[in-house]
Design a protein around this ligand. Structure first.
Ligand SMILES: [Cu+2]
Length: 147
């Protein structure tokens, strides 16, 4: 094989790898997080999640937050409170929405303020239907309201 053909093959192999990464376990749409002001320690992030084969979100992390959790809203007497859940189930083919007032992602112990227009990276920890643990990087846009 000539050097040139070898280089082309290498480029093709790399783009295949990139494609494989793009056909991720979970389809993530309309991911957004609320901007924060200096000193604010936490904010909510929202998105639509869909897994063709079914999966479970079992954790999340981000370099901009010390702690990332999935929260649910639940009544505590007559007061609505949020509390962390350990597992978010994504039934096969269903849209699962993280939204204000409902299940949401919570970015806590923020290392810096989040400015409108920037994109932050979060890694989802997923358990696939065949019980494999994988991580999937997602990008979340910082904006004051849903896209
Ligand atoms: Cu919360």
């Amino acid at each position: 094989m000539t050097m040139k053909r070898w280089a082309m093959a290498a480029v093709m192999a790399m783009s295949l790898t990139a494609q494989a990464q793009r056909s991720a376990e979970v389809e993530v749409k309309s991911a957004w997080a609320r901007p924060t002001v200096a000193g604010q320690m936490g904010t909510g992030a929202f998105m639509q999640l869909r897994s063709k084969d079914g999966a479970r979100v079992v954790g999340a992390s981000s370099e901009i937050a010390g702690v990332v959790e999935i929260h649910e809203m639940a009544m505590d007497g007559s007061v609505m409170r949020m509390r962390p859940i350990r597992v978010l189930d994504l039934p096969p083919g269903s849209n699962v929405e993280l939204k204000p007032g409902g299940h949401h992602m919570m970015l806590m112990d923020l290392k810096r303020p989040l400015a409108t227009g920037e994109k932050i990276k979060v890694e989802l920890r997923l358990e696939t239907r065949d019980k494999k643990l994988i991580t999937q990087p997602i990008e979340i846009e910082v904006r004051p309201r849903a896209p």
